[in-house]
Design a protein around this ligand. Structure first.
Ligand code: SUG
Length: 466
């Protein structure tokens, strides 16, 4: 019996808006505005509370060690201590990268396959290299160390280092992966979603063969959209599937629709969401090619009557509205008897198009029986909704038991995390504050306090000492 476990990112002390993710319209839009690390962390804890109220098992993913001043040295800045920070103040872009709190979006930490799905019965997690964005490409070593602290005691779970850090293998983790399964069938299907084949920024040859797809206006009268980069490569998805030890007949590779990327769908989880054998996606999420038809046929054959694919037409919710509201970036939970609860960011509450769409889907398909909303606006302003903040893991009860207690969240430990956030995190942070020595020292003190709260002394040992 597998339990669904949510590994949720706790927002760290350096959360800020630096506009570092071109192609992610929320990140671009909020560049330079003040942030509130404290409110952001409290919102991530409130999300964990909501998940527990929905009977989910919740594990916490602590923030990475940031600001990491050794990164500034790697970028060629000189000096020690305050001098180094003075040079960093002259290079705010480098300081933002060294201070990024972006590891909070654990859907990008890696890709997981439960032991039940792999050819040798070992559960695996391949850390994502995140090479598409400079600030995110700095995450994998720290992420891997955290994942080893969480899963390292269990020989039935293997944490694998990231793929080579090169655009041909650009990998963004579970944000571009879906596991479709039915409780009645032993086989699960793993769907990997990619935007380009190898190391080309966009697949020019493919675009030439498909001019209508690339040039098709989203709807009449829209100005041409910028050519944003595709982050995930097919080569990377194929390599991840192999490293997870998935059987080829279980794995499918879907191509993101280029229009979706142009509208700001930088990950699959901005245009699609799945739970068990239920899949909800935007009409323009994928190129409907032979690979897609083969997948839909296989789903119907394998998942039987549990399988349901609901497509939201662009005429009902435009891609821009999907990106603005994050309708597809919610979380779906199976509450038994085929009933699903849909947890959405509260931007969805006030969108007429999304509300009409939800009413239609709930009436027509009768699977979603409850819609709940969460306020995650601090993370949302950087393009991270409810789905981004968690990595889903299907684990056995024994595997869950093997996770050190401090990472397993209870209502009591969430109280402690709230206390930690209120005591240690700034209520207002301006990008210029990142160069303040007192701010940097406060961040490191906060992380030191956090590892005590989580009873995990090995966290940050390489930087903060034992
Ligand atoms: O990689 N934003 C993240 C958001 C990741 C969302 N994850 C999923 N969709 N699963 C990104 O674009 C913005 C940071 C800044 O601009 O300060 C950022 O990294």
């Amino acid at each position: 019996m597998l339990e669904e476990v949510q590994l949720v990112g706790l927002v760290g002390p350096t959360h800020h808006y630096a506009g570092m993710s071109w192609g992610n319209v929320a990140s671009e839009r909020h560049k330079g505005s003040p942030s509130s690390p404290r409110r952001a962390a409290l919102q991530s804890v409130a999300l964990m509370r909501e998940l527990i109220s929905l009977d989910q098992h919740v594990l916490v993913m602590p923030p990475l060690y940031r600001p990491d001043l050794s990164l500034l040295e790697r970028f060629g800045l000189r000096g020690t201590g305050d001098d180094l920070l003075r040079s960093a103040a002259l290079h705010p872009d480098l300081l933002s990268m060294a201070s990024s709190a972006s590891s909070m979006w654990t859907a990008n930490a890696g890709t997981w396959a439960p032991g039940r799905d792999t050819q040798d019965g070992v559960a695996r997690l391949v850390v994502a290299n995140l090479v598409a964005k400079a600030h995110r490409s700095l995450e994998p070593p720290g992420t891997e160390a955290h994942l080893r602290a969480i899963f390292g005691d269990d020989p039935s779970v293997e944490v694998l280092s990231a793929l080579p850090s090169t655009p041909a293998f650009g990998d963004e983790g579970a944000a571009n992966h879906m596991r479709l399964a039915s409780p009645r069938s032993d086989t699960a299907l793993h769907v990997f979603v990619y935007g380009r084949l190898g190391d080309e920024p966009a697949d020019a040859a493919w675009e030439e063969r498909n001019p209508t797809l690339v040039a098709a206006p989203l709807h009449q009268g829209t100005p041409p959209l910028p050519l944003y980069p595709a982050r995930q490569s097919l080569r990377a998805s194929q390599a991840v599937a192999r490293r997870l030890h998935l059987a080829p007949e279980q794995t499918f590779f879907l191509r993101q629709h280029p229009q979706a990327i142009r509208a700001g769908v930088f990950h699959n989880d901005v245009a699609a969401i799945s739970c068990g054998a239920f899949l909800l996606h935007h009409e323009l999420a994928y190129v409907e090619d032979e690979a897609a038809s083969a997948l839909w046929e296989r789903c119907a054959a394998l998942l039987g009557e549990d399988y349901q694919r609901v497509v939201v037409p662009a005429a009902e919710v435009s891609l821009e509205e999907a990106v603005r509201t994050y309708l597809f970036n919610g979380q779906l939970f199976d509450r038994g008897g085929g009933r699903l609860v849909f947890l959405l960011p509260d931007t969805c509450r006030t969108s007429e198009a999304v509300q009409r769409c939800l009413t239609r889907i709930c009436r027509a398909h009768r699977r979603i029986t409850e819609v709940r909303y969460v306020d995650l606006h601090q993370s949302m302003r950087n393009g991270g909704g409810p789905a981004c903040l968690r990595l889903r893991l299907q684990m056995t009860a024994e595997q869950l038991q093997a996770v050190p207690q401090g990472f397993r969240m209870t209502l009591g430990s969430l109280d402690q995390l709230e206390h930690w956030a209120s005591a240690h995190l700034a209520d207002e942070l301006h990008p210029a504050d990142l160069a303040e020595p007192s701010f940097v020292a406060a961040c490191h003190r906060a992380l030191d306090a956090l590892r005590r709260v989580l009873d995990a002394p090995s966290l940050y040992a390489a930087t903060l000492g034992a």
